[in-house]
Design a protein around this ligand. Structure first.
Ligand SMILES: [Mg+2]
Length: 188
């Protein structure tokens, strides 16, 4: 399910180029944008940059390609991202950070040392992290799998492979917008 596959990496590279093209078009540096659908997708992404830039994300993921894809998208949104390679390292990071430091966790399901469901149950045992949004990143999309995510204490999930607009929607759902004076986003 989580293979370091060359075709996927190639597809990601293409996605990255298209994504940059759309951004350039929307901020007016290129007149090439024609698709209305692309504008709508980019508006969601721009809204993320305006509303929650600077938010702190803990990305818990063991697969290097998935890490890179998620990091690229989240950092492009102007978010600060720390990466933990398994659930155990995620717990250590959370405990080392001040309560309230992280705004949201993206949690892979299958990882060595400690999987996502176990990590989520452990995180929820600490009242400091009782309301911290935890979003599963999973290729498993059966109703049973979803139920398992929620029962462990997760709030939401995104399916893999991940796409920018899907991440944007889930981020806006769970992270309150910053006050207008805090906005870090600017058109570049
Ligand atoms: Mg994994």
């Amino acid at each position: 399910m989580e293979l370091l596959s060359a075709p996927f990496f190639l597809a990601f590279s293409v996605l990255r180029i298209i994504f940059k093209e759309i951004r350039l078009a929307v901020v007016g540096e290129s007149p090439g944008l024609k698709s209305g659908e692309s504008v709508v997708e980019s508006e969601i992404m721009m809204l993320v940059r305006r509303a929650i830039a600077g938010a702190k994300i803990l990305l818990v993921e063991d697969n290097p390609v998935n890490q890179e894809v998620a990091l690229f998208i989240l950092e492009d949104f102007g978010l600060h991202v720390d990466v933990a390679e398994n659930g155990s390292l995620a717990l250590a990071r959370l405990q080392a950070a001040a309560p309230g430091y992280y705004d949201l966790i993206f949690m892979d399901m299958q990882m060595p040392v400690m999987d996502g469901l176990t990590a989520t149950r452990e995180i929820r045992k600490n009242p400091d992290f009782g309301k911290l949004p935890i979003v599963a990143m999973t290729a498993n999309v059966t109703p049973e799998d979803r139920q398992g995510c929620f029962q462990s204490g997760m709030n939401d999930f995104v399916s893999k492979p991940i796409f920018p607009e899907e991440l944007a929607k889930v981020l806006l759902r769970w992270i309150p917008p910053r006050a207008a004076g805090d906005l870090a986003w600017e058109a570049t």
